[in-house]
Design a protein around this ligand. Structure first.
Ligand SMILES: Cc1cc2nc3c(=O)[nH]c(=O)nc-3n(C[C@H](O)[C@H](O)[C@H](O)COP(=O)(O)O)c2cc1C
Length: 192
């Protein structure tokens, strides 16, 4: 399986990066190939609403560091999105990526039963970290984005969430979360 992992935190050794590494290392051990992009190191803009991807091109017309990321996601079997919770949402680094996936949609996406240009059947692994220990807080983030990815034809979605983690690396003490990351990789890759 081809896995693309998008790190949305500016902290290279942050909690979301640690959880996603555990998932990706397990998947690599089971024979998958992983491409990781630390979005914070890349230079790109959000969607410009130019509509070129709905008129002249089947790709985003912007040529920047996100072009390679969007191509890699098109080719992937599994997409890992790893984000800290920032003001009750994904980090802006990831939100800008998601806005640029507008280029995945066909021109008549509003009425077309097959609205997406990318092949269906991909899996989504959504890793969310937050300082707030209450699991009810910010539990709306995953379902909101999950709905968009299902619309894109993703047919398996998995949430791994770490609540009550503040400092970078703190999630290392949450063995249950790291085990869940391993188990999720095994489940998706159908290993006992
Ligand atoms: C700009 C900013 C906004 C944040 N907003 C929230 C928030 O709304 N809710 C929350 O629980 N934690 C919030 N946090 C804390 C982070 O989500 C938390 O520290 C998380 O574990 C960071 O993940 P990382 O180590 O992968 O960067 C915020 C942190 C920053 C820097």
């Amino acid at each position: 399986m081809n896995i693309v992992c998008l790190l949305g935190s500016p902290r290279p050794q942050g909690n979301s990066a640690i959880v996603s590494k555990r998932f990706c290392d397990t998947a690599e051990g089971l024979g998958s190939e992983v491409k990781t992009f630390a979005l914070n190191k890349l230079k790109y803009r959000g969607c410009q609403a130019c509509m070129t991807c709905k008129t002249r091109l089947d790709r985003c017309v912007l040529k920047d560091d996100l072009s390679e990321v969007l191509e890699a996601v098109r080719e992937s079997d599994i997409l890992v999105i790893a984000s800290p919770t920032y003001y009750g949402d994904l980090s802006s680094q990831l939100k800008a990526f998601i806005d640029r996936t507008f280029s995945f949609l066909v021109p008549d996406y509003q009425t077309n039963p097959n609205p997406c240009r990318i092949k269906p059947g991909k899996k989504l692994v959504f890793i969310q970290t937050q300082a707030e220990p209450d699991e009810n807080a910010f539990s709306d983030v995953f379902p909101r984005y999950e709905a968009f990815f299902k619309w894109y034809g993703f047919d398996g979605t998995h949430l791994i969430r770490a609540c009550g983690v503040v400092d970078a690396g703190e999630v290392e003490t949450h063995k249950d979360i790291l085990s869940l990351a391993e188990e999720t990789a095994k489940t998706i890759l159908k290993q006992p």
